[in-house]
Each structure stands twice: as C-alpha cells, then as structure tokens.
Ligand binder design. Sequence first.
Ligand SMILES: O=C(O)CCC(=O)C(=O)O
Ligand SMILES: [Fe+2]
Length: 506
Amino acid sequence: MACGRVMRDHFLDENEQTALITTVERTMRGLFHQGAQTSFAPEAKSAARHMGAAGHALFASVLQRVRRTLESDFGVARLYSAGSLLTRIWADERVPRDGMDVEPGHRYDNPHVDKANRASYDYSALLYLNSHCHADPGAPRACDYDRPERPDFDGGRFVWVDEGSDLVVEPRAGRLLTFSGGTENLHHGSKVLNGTRYVLGFWFTCHAELEYEDDEDCIANSPNARAAIAHREALRSPAHTALGAEIDASHNPRPAERAAAGARSGPAAAATDPSTTAAAEASELTPDEADEADEAARPPRYVDGLDLEARPPSAAEDGAVDHRRLPRPSDAWRGYDLPGFPDGTPAPFEEGYEGGYGLDDQATMEEAIEAYAAALERYDAVHGPPMESAEDEARLKRQRTAGMPFHPLYPEKSPGGEDVHSNAEDAWDAMVAHDAARRAPAYGERRSVNDAGEERLGGGSAGRRRGGAAERTDCGFPGITEAQCVQERGCRWDDSRVGVPWCFEA
Ligand SMILES: O=C(O)CCC(=O)C(=O)O
Ligand SMILES: [Fe+2]
C-alpha cells in the first residue's frame, strides 16, 4: 500500500469555503461540545436534517472529490469512505459556558496515528475551510479572528511528528492534505490560540466491507458488515493486543513525555541534545516549558507553497514502509467517540463523571431531563437567537427533543421513518390529541399553558404549576402512570378531572 503525503491548495473555491463554514455552524448549533471542540459525523443517517439539504449535498460532492483525489494521489483503484467529521475548534477563550460542554478541557491536540484510532483508516484527508493567521506587526496581512463568515485563527497548525524534526503546515482555506494513515504519519493539529478553526476530516479504507455504515441494524444484517465485525474482532486478538502494548510502552504522545522519553526512544540527535536531556531530568517542567524544550530539541520545518518539495523523500515514499514505533493514543485519549452526538440526545454518563450539564451518573432520569433542558436554555442565552428560518427552528426543536427519554413527542412515524409532523407545534398537538384519545389529557391543554417553545424544550415538567391547576401541586410529568406516581413518588393519583394534574402532592 502506497504511503506518503500530499498537499494541495485551492481544492475549494471561496464560495464553497464559506458555504461549508455556514453549514458547519448551522449543524453545530445546539450540539454538545468537548471542551473547545465540536464534531459532527456528516455521513450519519440523520445528517441531512442537521446540515440542511444544500449543505449536505455540497458535503457529499466534496467527499467524492476528496476520494477520487486520494485514489489518484496513492494509485489506489477504489477507496471507500470509512467515516468523516466536521470539526470546529474554538480558541480557549471562546469556549462558551453554555452548559453543553461534555468534556471540559478536552485535549484535541494529541499526536496520534489515524490507523491506530480506527484500523479501517488506511488513508486520511484534511480539508481546511479557513486560514491560519499569526498577528505579527510584520505579517503579510491583517488577521481577522472575528469575521463571521470565515474567521482567521492563530495556532492550530498541522504537524507531522517526524524523527528529529516536526514538519509543520499552516492551514489555509481550501488547502487539502492527504496522507496514508499508518505509523509513518504520526501527526497532530496544535492548539488554537485565537479565532475559530474549521476542518473537514475524511478517512478512507481500501476494503469495501469496512465502508462506513451508520445503521447498527444494517451492520448486524449485512454480510459485508459481518466481515467488518470479524475484522474488528481480529484486531482484539492476543497478537494484535501485544503489538499495541509494545507500541504504547515505547512511546508517549505528549510533548513533555516525548521530551522526557527522548533518551529512551528518540533518534540519536535528540537523545544527546542538552535541552532534551534537561527535559528528561526535569519532570517538573510545565507543559509550556516542555513544549519549548521540545521545539528547541527538534526545530520544526515549515511547509509552504503548493506541494511538499521541502520534504526529502523518505523510506516510506520509496515504498518501504518505515516501521518506526510511534505513539498510540494514550488511555486518556478518547479519539473521536462522540458523546451523545449527533441526534441531540444527552451524552451517556460515564461512571464517576461529573461535568456535562452538572450531573453525575447517580442522577435520576428526571434530574437529567431538567438539567438537559436548562442547559439548552443556557445555550440559547449564550449563543443568542437562532439564525435559522422558522422551519429550521422547528426542526431544531424536534432534533433536541426527539431523543429525550421522556414521553415521546413524535410517536407516529411514516413508513419511510420520517416524522409525520412537519413541526414541533403540530407534533405537540398530535401528542396531546393522542393522549386525549387514549385516556383524556393528563395535563390538560398543554398548548394553552404557554405558547413559548421553550416550555416544550423543558420536557415534561413545564407548565405544571400554572394557575388553573393551582389547587393541585403537580408531582408528575406527561405520561406518568399511576404506579410511578404513587409507588415511586409517594404522591396522590386522581384521574377523574381533565385539565389538572392527575399526579399531585398529597
Ligand atoms: O485538524 C487537524 O489538522 C488534524 C486532525 C486530525 O489529525 C484528525 O482528526 O485525525
Ligand atoms: Fe489525525
């Protein structure tokens, strides 16, 4: 399999760059973020709903262009998408306190090998939508970190961590990097220091059976996917695990650890460099000091221009894969397993995890729903009113509420699996009618309580203390059963009167 790296400029024109940034922003509104990073899988089944039809179609055509480019760059007859991500990274100071941070302080800048994240990642492509710009008095152009349609960013360079020296690329809007996904291409994107950085990541496999498939049911039933599962199982074999452990043992991904490990695993030059040795001795270096020591020991090479002429041909490019042992993700590195994306469903709580929207894994379902709804409201307060059209806003409401584990807003599905109701209001009405037909409305005409949409986002508890029902203090939620009310909550149940809470405080 051919290994190598290629860089190309003007892969996207300016209209495409801005259209894709607009699409990313629209898609990510209301999504959880991991610290400064928000990612979205555009090949997920529900993606078009989030991205909008035009953005989704543009992405799909770009994906095919990227695939064909990789096929020609590396002389592969056919590649298959193994997954892709839209990623937005804010400078730290821009990370909003919106209650939507499911992994505060998440590190996105760890050096890694893509194929070690997912074995199907034979080839990688990174397509930048906006440009690196360092605000220096002597800089060739002024930087604008706040330009909404296509801001600049500082930091956020792409780095190939080569032996002895980093090869650094400054992202530019429309610049495409393609490279083979193995250990010959250990790399990372560095920390974003100012502005907001947008990148599309694409990963490709040579194997049709490993092609990205979103639907778990399909996976269970398709022969191709069964082969993929068998492949994944093989990766867990003792031999593979032993190799992984060996790789882990010989490397550390963080610069501080890398500097400290220089004497053990680095090339001779690094091992004898005084600053590296100093770093090795001084385990109390701050991360910044360690970065500086690392940079002094391994002066970076910068790439500019349209290709990688700066890079001397390596053994890898000659066809003999360079089998240097390189870092695998550390235990702390969680790759791109997205928490709760992309359907707006709450992130699963890990045991002992405290963060996200201020709950731990001991929280009750109701507490989680309340906190989630409050987080969404804080999100709106921070991010301002929606930019979308009314129709999009309705869709957004639906996206936010559809996955929530309380009384289903959208019980009725068309044969195609699409929601029958075109907007959240209709769906709400339908639900109320559905309840009415079944056993009379549990909480009366919910719509008349308050027409503000946020009540619905608030889930089952909204409106329950309204005037007409003042004589009963609500103890339930729409859809609660008598058993839940009485046994679980110790409240009283009386369903003889329409329009008042049936489950109320005794
Ligand atoms: O954003 C970048 O420049 C690097 C991202 C990356 O390496 C990845 O997503 O695997
Ligand atoms: Fe990567």
